[in-house]
Design a protein around this ligand. Structure first.
Ligand code: ZN
Length: 333
């Protein structure tokens, strides 16, 4: 692992904020893993618990501007569709994933009929609509206005709300213990959050005792296709890069009971996905969990190097496929 020098406080000319402590365990020891580039912030590993995170990260006061001008992950983002609207092809993908993957997963743990459900980062509202059809009382929230407008136009979801990025971790419009179920399965939520610790504690507080939380995140140890030079090149909006171990650590630190946390057999895009089903314990009132244990650093680094090798193999394969297709076109044309 090469040592990467401290970098000035700009990432591809973006304003950044120093991150002095690990969000998960609070330790200050950081080991640099990747220098900043347009495809990522500078990435470090926590010297104690092994969490991968951006340091410095995008400045929090830049987030709204970033999602407005640069982010293109969602069907209605400005960069994707100039002048408003929403991209039907992307919505169709969300509909399919909601109905064939997310709903069966949710229903395998809880019957949502009559339950109060909060769908976080609802995007086009595909999952919120499917949950409503299954008999749930759904509140859907999103920080991107085109998503909120589109989800509202469906006229089936009981409550669709815009919550600005800066208020996303507080969610103070809701009351504690208001929801039976919280879903965040339409997009990876935690890696975009400046503090998964604060966000998970808030989601836990919003759940009734015994309530369920469903999450879908990307696994940085399992790249599927190359999107850049390193496994961290998934865009500067990713404050965190998770593994099943770091997800488990977070749940335990936030006092959430783990029912499922592992590689999903079906979901994969640029990486395999980690699907998690956790629960607010039925008879624990306070939000304290266990302190994250020290990780085996050599093991974490070895797994990271393996992931980088896999990425390079995939990268080589993709390049090979591209040139093969070009050759095939020449032959057949
Ligand atoms: Zn840590």
């Amino acid at each position: 692992m090469t040592d990467i020098a401290e970098t000035p406080d700009t990432v591809a000319s973006r304003k950044t904020a120093a991150v002095s402590k690990c969000d998960l365990c609070g330790h200050e020891e950081q080991h640099a893993l990747a220098a900043p580039s347009p495809a990522r912030c500078r990435i470090v590993m926590c010297g104690h618990c092994g969490l991968f995170y951006a340091s410095p990260s995008l400045a929090p006061d830049l987030l709204d501007k970033f999602y407005d001008e640069e982010f293109e992950g969602d069907a209605g983002t400005n960069k994707r569709l100039k002048g408003g609207g929403i991209e039907p092809r992307k919505v169709n993908i969300e509909e399919r994933i909601a109905r064939t993957w997310a709903m069966p997963l949710i229903q395998s743990h809880v019957d949502v009929r009559g339950k109060s459900v909060l769908d976080v980062r609802c995007r086009s509202g595909s999952l919120a609509a499917a949950l409503t059809e299954a008999g749930a009382q759904v509140t859907a929230i999103d920080p991107l206005e085109p998503n909120v407008r589109y989800a509202e136009k469906r006229n089936v979801i009981g409550d669709v709300r815009f919550i600005p990025i800066e208020n996303f971790e507080r969610m103070d419009v809701f009351e504690d213990a208001q929801f039976d179920v919280i879903t965040a399965l339409s997009i990876h939520l935690l890696s975009h959050s400046p503090s998964p610790n604060r966000l998970l504690h808030r989601l836990r507080a919003l759940l009734k005792p015994g309530g369920y939380l469903f999450l879908d995140e990307k696994d940085v140890f399992h790249p599927v296709r190359a999107t850049g030079e390193t496994v961290f090149d998934s865009g500067p909006a990713h404050f965190f890069h998770f593994t099943t171990d770091s997800m488990r650590n977070y749940f335990e630190a936030c006092g959430l009971e783990i029912l499922e946390c592992g590689i999903d057999p079906k979901r994969k895009k640029s990486t395999r996905h980690i699907r998690s089903v956790v629960r607010r314990p039925a008879n624990a009132s306070n939000g304290s969990g266990t302190r994250p244990q020290a990780c085996d650093r050599d093991k974490v680094i070895a797994a990271l190097e393996q992931a980088e090798h896999k990425l390079m193999r995939n990268n080589g394969f993709n390049k090979f496929m591209k040139s093969a297709r070009r050759t095939a076109r020449k032959i057949w044309n």
